[in-house]
Ligand binder design. Structure first.
Ligand SMILES: Cc1cc2nc3c(=O)[nH]c(=O)nc-3n(C[C@H](O)[C@H](O)[C@H](O)COP(=O)(O)O)c2cc1C
Length: 250
């Protein structure tokens, strides 16, 4: 076999893959440009539908990152405040529309019953680690707000996919993002993919020239991990059998 991958043992790769975890607390230290370039180059070694690479990235750092974060934070504060005020709050939302999704509404939807148990388990275990009580809405909302500070990361990547390829564009972006996350991990950086930031695309478009042929898929926070309880959390990983369909007996 003429593979070059055999420089690393299979066991080392399995261990490395298992060691990647979402980072939810970052140091503010900027990422050196050469390092970010390398990580983006590594991301592009992922396979792609007809090699089209149907995605693009808006890289937000420095004041651009801060402006986006501030507007997201303000919209979240408004919607979370109004949602806690019963019908008066709902009326205020309907009248002002402040904080309502302007792009991807899926994030605000309830989970299908097939998926709900896993998402509830994640919430319970993550909030358990952070010491946030299940019924403490204020604390949960305050934690969710940290999504909009990108967990303190110096850089947020906004991942856009080409509308014309539908699910295949999202699949390609996912492959690219995972390569990116693994390369970052190998270089001592942490990442957190963020569906939470996909709801207010208009804010990102104010800062970048983005073709209408692309729509926002999600964000990806990247930077150096900080020592924090949030980064000790280890989400449950299902066993392979749970992923497999039952074969029919014939
Ligand atoms: C597309 C996508 C969107 C995600 N959105 C969020 C998010 O908005 N906030 C967050 O804290 N984590 C988010 N995550 C991270 C997942 O919660 C995490 O990957 C999962 O719980 C497994 O944990 P691990 O990455 O540590 O293995 C997202 C992950 C993916 C793939």
């Amino acid at each position: 076999m003429t593979s070059t991958s055999n420089k690393l043992s299979g066991a080392a790769i399995s261990e490395f893959l298992a060691s990647r975890r979402s980072t939810r607390a970052f140091l503010p230290d900027p990422i050196p440009q050469e390092l970010l370039d390398q990580i983006l180059t590594d991301a592009l070694t992922a396979p792609s539908w007809s090699n089209t690479r149907p995605f693009k990235i808006a890289v937000a750092s420095g004041s651009r990152r801060d402006r986006i974060s501030a507007e997201f934070g303000s919209r979240w504060a408004s919607i979370s405040h109004n949602l806690s005020r019963g019908w008066r709050g709902k009326l205020a939302i309907a009248l002002t529309r402040r904080g309502l999704p302007t792009s991807n509404r899926l994030v605000a939807k309830k989970y299908h019953s097939d998926l709900k148990p896993a998402s509830m388990r994640l919430g319970a275990e993550l909030f358990g680690t952070l010491g946030i009580a299940r019924d403490d809405r204020k604390a949960r909302d305050a934690w969710w707000a940290t999504n909009y500070d990108f967990y303190g990361a110096p850089t947020e990547l906004f991942i856009y996919v080409h509308k014309s390829l539908g699910i295949f564009a999202a699949s390609d972006a996912g492959l690219m993002m995972e390569n990116l996350a693994l390369s970052a991990h190998a270089h001592g950086l942490g990442t957190c993919m963020q569906g939470a930031v996909s709801i207010w695309d208009d804010v990102v478009r104010r800062e970048f020239t983005i073709s209408k042929n692309y729509r926002l898929l999600c964000g990806l926070a990247i930077g150096y991990p900080r020592e924090a309880k949030d980064n000790t959390f280890k989400a449950h990983r299902i066993a392979p059998e749970e992923m497999l369909f039952e074969p029919k007996s014939n």
